[in-house]
Write a protein that binds this ligand. Structure first.
Ligand code: SF4
Length: 419
């Protein structure tokens, strides 16, 4: 998502007359796109800022050069707001995920006044639908297309609803136009992006039934009232897949609740939609899932996996898991390990819980699992996942698959050179 946002920002700045340099030492402006999902992501940014502060100081000693401007964009900017400029005085600009159109004005204001410029207002309708992103690697064969922003789910551990705001979807026609444009440029694979990508709901189209109620996967619930009307993800997926039948389509990141049968049927019926689904489980224990407010039980998750495998027998599954969430006991954690074993995931994103301020968990629960226990559980999750993934990988030995060659790896070049 941050790569996609960077491409939007770059498009806005290019239109305002900015040019890009590959070296921070030559830059007049450095903008850092940030993530706030875990404490470690923010620590990296603080470390970077120490480095940029040094660059700013050495730039100020050079004659005939404008002062270096440093800006923080994205989720960390949204989370910390003015606290960022109070803690790090070298920061000139703070812009949240819905303020990118304002960047040229913010840069000009900071430059004219010498004071930090801040815009962290969240929007109910900003989707940057009319902005054609400038792709970071224009010669690549893959591209991201942002289709929705924000999230209404309010999982108790998650900062995203506070940094990205309410859910809103980009009109379908603008998505189809962008995908068509990418196809003409020779792009072979498009990944549809959103915080909760399969909650997509375009309410601007007159084609939709205004009374049609959102359908969730069986056994899943939401924290919000049922939404009505709008073109849903299954419809979008079908239309996107028909733009160029040779173009591979992926999407991330979904919520398991938004996999009604009709989405699975579209994937089955369209050979160019990659048969690879991300089903973030987070935990295998019902009590932990309830504390996380995920809206499903272990049983309903397993039923969904079974349904997915029945409709898409060759599907590759991936997932996210968090260990050490507030109050997680050893036996609750064992349920996570057993879920990983029971399902068998091809890929998994595994994390030790990192409490974030402002989240419901921060207000309601204690971050009471000691760091060394979290670390031990993380190691156990990684090794359990690897064992299962190795079995799945071995089952593919000797099979033929269509693959997309994205480029030549450096390793391959070195091998050739040595030969
Ligand atoms: S669905 Fe995903 S983005 Fe939304 S609150 Fe839950 S974890 Fe965060």
């Amino acid at each position: 998502m941050n790569v996609s946002d960077t491409e939007i920002v770059w498009s806005i700045l290019q239109a305002a007359g900015y040019d890009k340099t590959d070296s921070s030492a030559h830059a007049d402006v450095i903008l850092v796109m940030t993530c706030a999902i875990r404490d470690r992501a923010e620590t990296k940014i603080w470390n970077k800022l120490t480095h940029y502060r040094g660059l700013k100081r050495s730039r100020s000693q050079k004659k005939n050069f404008p002062p270096l401007q440093i800006g923080i964009l994205g989720c960390m900017a949204e989370r910390l707001k003015s606290e960022l400029v109070e803690k790090e005085r070298s920061v000139d600009l703070v812009a949240g995920p819905d303020s990118y159109r304002d960047l040229p004005r913010l840069l000009a204001t900071a430059s004219l006044t010498g004071q930090p410029a801040i815009n962290v207002a969240l929007s109910l309708d900003e989707t940057y639908a009319d902005i054609v992103p400038v792709r970071m690697s224009a010669d690549g064969v893959t591209a991201y297309v942002s289709i929705m922003r924000g999230c209404d789910n309010m999982c108790t551990y998650c900062i995203v609803p506070f940094t990205r705001g309410r859910e809103r979807s980009r009109p379908i026609e603008s998505i189809l136009a962008e995908v068509g444009h990418l196809s003409e440029q020779g792009v072979k694979e498009v990944t549809l992006l959103g915080q909760n990508v399969n909650s997509y709901r375009d309410t601007t189209s007159s084609d939709s039934d205004p009374n049609a109620q959102t359908i969730t996967a069986k056994g899943f619930s939401t924290v919000y009232k049922p939404k009505r009307g709008g073109l849903r993800f299954a419809h979008l997926l079908d239309r996107v897949a028909s733009v160029d039948p040779e173009m591979r389509i992926r999407f991330t990141s979904p919520h398991p609740k938004d996999f009604p049968d009709e989405v699975l049927e579209v994937i089955r019926s369209r050979p160019n939609i990659c048969c690879s689904l991300h089903l973030p489980a987070q935990s295998g224990n019902d009590r932990v899932l309830e504390r996380m407010r995920r809206g499903y039980t272990r049983r309903s998750y397993l039923d969904l996996v079974e349904r997915v495998r029945r409709v898409l027998p060759s599907v590759a599954l991936s997932s996210d898991f968090i260990c050490g969430f507030c109050g997680e006991t050893d036996s609750e954690f064992e349920d996570t390990l057993s879920l990983i074993r029971q399902v068998g995931f091809n890929t998994a994103y595994l994390f030790a819980y990192s409490m974030r301020e402002k989240t419901t968990a921060h207000r309601r629960y204690q971050d009471d699992v000691p760091p060394e226990v979290k670390q031990r559980r993380l190691v156990a999750m990684v090794s359990t996942f690897r064992e299962e993934a190795a079995t799945l990988n071995k089952s593919l030995v000797g099979k033929q698959q269509t693959v997309l060659v994205e480029g030549v790896s450096l390793f391959f070049v070195i091998l050739i050179f040595r030969l």
